[in-house]
Design a protein around this ligand. Sequence first.
Ligand code: APR
Length: 282
Amino acid sequence: MLPDQLKHCLNTFYDSGLPITVLTGAGVSAESGIPTFRGKEGYWQIGSTNYQPQEIGTFHMFRRQPEEVWKWYLFRRTVCHQSSPNAGHMAIVELEKIFGDRFTLITQNVDGLHLRAGNSLERSYLVHGTLEYVRCSKGCTRELFPFPDGIGDKSRETDLTEEEKRILTCPYCGDWTRPHILWFDEYYDEDYYRFESSMKQALETGLLITIGTSGATTLPVRVVEVVLSREVPLIDINIAPNVFGRSAEKSGNGFFLQGSSGTILPEIVQHISLRISDHPGT
Ligand code: APR
């Protein structure tokens, strides 16, 4: 059940005609069975050593152990492919349908579930990249290649075959390709990761909904800072108290909704849909 103040905020926002921005993190996909980054299943083992994503998801590690880094991503990609969008993803698709070109999704998730659920690539900024594309690890071209055919599902234990290693090379220079993912020791840019577009969105949006993110990476933190400095309402949805939820509550016109995205987002969509049917034409 949504609080009355939140319902009022959503009504006022809907009538305003202003843009809406939805910013998602790994928590949105948790109910699809994809482990979050900072949760307990995020690790990767090489030999007898456990690595956290912050160590394995780096260009530094890729340079030293390209095969191990690929194995980690191929395993993660397999988990993603075996998962399906959940009620939270579907509610975000409904928001795009309701708001049309007022809607923008900024997602840190590389799992492809938002697009598989039905959000459009046009209105989605994949600010940490996607597992669905690869590119030359040497940067001999800036071109993105769709993930190549011929690579099977991988468990944590499966090694790459010689054929798979060949498939994972750049068609131009023959060096390794790499996942099109923003690694922990790399920087955002506009061309690959829509950094400036996201900041522009923060400057223009009339409502920001952050969902299932621990607020540990730069771009979401910057977006939230800009939105709060403009006194625009922030709604944070998370199963656990977190930095964005606290900021929302402190701001005076924001909300922290503690609970799962798959439960709370459909309630928000239902409320907005009811508002539209009660006030057609507004
Ligand atoms: N509904 C809502 N929130 C949830 C749910 C759920 N069902 N399950 C988990 N959460 C919340 C957790 O409480 C946590 O705050 O989702 C958040 C997940 O946090 P992280 O694992 O840190 O994921 P994220 O914020 O997306 O990480 C950001 O860091 O690891 C890098 O590039 C990677 O995109 C990732 C980025």
